[in-house]
Design a protein around this ligand. Structure first.
Ligand SMILES: Nc1ncnc2c1ncn2[C@@H]1O[C@H](COP(=O)(O)OP(=O)(O)OP(=O)(O)O)[C@@H](O)[C@H]1O
Ligand SMILES: [Mg+2]
Length: 325
């Protein structure tokens, strides 16, 4: 057993029961994260990034069912824990920053009290005075100026960037070992995005916390993560150190995703787009869900049992493709 492994998602499949019947969204997702490591999950909208995170943390929409797989955290399969055991782990060992801070915060509760709620749930021995001091300290740690005054603010009194800082303060209140940040800077202006991402990165480093950053933005992934998992239509197609990915993406989808990333000096007209659309998951899917959009598709792509395997014996560069670049 690799003792340095913190999170191992193995063959995780999730289906949603919808009006159109059962939709197989995640198909045998495999991910791994070592202690203190920073992994990005990238992919187009609807590729299953958030569902993967929700399933792993046990906060999946009730319509979603885990149909197979394991989520090992520090040697325990989270999918076998009771709801009470999972609640204990969430907040204390595992924390998540959600896509939109304004809706994730309680609008009628002071932000300081919302930090205290997490502290109280996980440190019942703390006195009220200690909790308030710790909440103010948390607000200071996410660089909110005048934290004692801001403790009394309601979310509507704060800017989007401030609300996201409060979300980070809540997520990190109990110094978790794993933080999942789901598009933490969506809806924020570019300057605030950088400030927030720098803050998450700095706090993660300071606490030796492993981080999963979910993002559409490959540049953001390149700036803050050491490794990237590329998802498409509920499958992980490539998983590699960031430098390998930019220098030598092996999956045709990753190559197209990189070509579709805006760069300085490239006009919108010249920017490559990825042909076709995400497949309709209500329909039965071929083993490779990218095959209908792929210009390198060969007859072998229709063979069942597509899995992530090391590319050319490189154990750190994994790829799920029958005809890689
Ligand atoms: N509650 C739900 N019921 C039915 N289908 C769902 C539900 N939640 C998500 N899905 C489906 O699961 C798929 C993956 O969704 P997910 O939210 O994980 O995508 P994502 O990669 O996070 O996209 P985005 O970048 O837009 O956040 C989508 O096809 C979506 O329609
Ligand atoms: Mg999402």
């Amino acid at each position: 057993m690799n003792t340095n492994l913190l999170l191992g998602v193995q063959n995780l499949s999730v289906a949603f029961d919808t009006r159109h019947g059962r939709v197989a969204v995640l198909d045998n997702v495999n991910l791994h994260l070592h202690k203190g490591e920073t992994l990005a999950i990238v992919g187009e909208s609807g590729s299953g990034k958030s569902v993967t995170a929700y399933a792993a943390l046990g906060v999946l929409d009730p319509a979603g069912k885990i149909t197979s797989g394991k989520v090992e955290f520090d040697g325990r399969n989270l999918l076998e824990l009771s709801p009470q055991e999972m609640r204990k782990l969430r907040g204390r060992d595992l924390a998540m920053i959600f896509q939109s801070p304004r809706t994730a915060l309680n609008p009628i509760r002071k932000v300081g009290q919302q930090i205290e709620d997490v502290l109280q749930a996980h440190n019942p021995g703390m006195s009220g005075k200690e909790r308030k001091e710790a909440a103010i300290e948390q607000l200071a740690s996410v660089k909110i100026t005048d934290p004692a005054r801001r403790y009394n603010a309601y979310p509507y009194e704060l800017s989007g960037g401030m609300c996201q800082r409060v979300m980070i303060a809540i997520a990190l209140a109990c110094k978790p070992r794993l933080l999942i940040a789901d598009e933490p800077t969506t809806g924020l202006d570019v300057t605030t995005q950088v400030v927030i991402m720098d803050l998450v990165h700095e706090l993660a480093q300071a606490h030796g916390m492993a981080t999963i950053l979910i993002t559409h933005d490959l540049r953001l992934a390149a700036n803050y993560c050491s490794r990237v998992a590329v998802m498409h239509a509920g499958q992980v197609l490539e998983d590699a150190p960031i430098a390998n990915l930019f220098k030598g993406a092996r999956h045709p989808y990753t190559k197209r995703l990189i070509a579709a990333t805006p760069k300085p000096g490239i006009t919108l007209e010249k920017l490559a787009s990825i042909p076709g659309q995400l497949p309709d998951l209500r329909q039965p899917q071929p083993p490779c869900r990218f095959s209908a959009r792929c210009d390198r598709c060969v007859p072998e792509c229709a063979a069942p049992g597509l899995t992530l395997v090391p590319y050319s014996d490189n154990a750190s560069h994994l790829i799920a493709c029958r005809n890689p670049l």
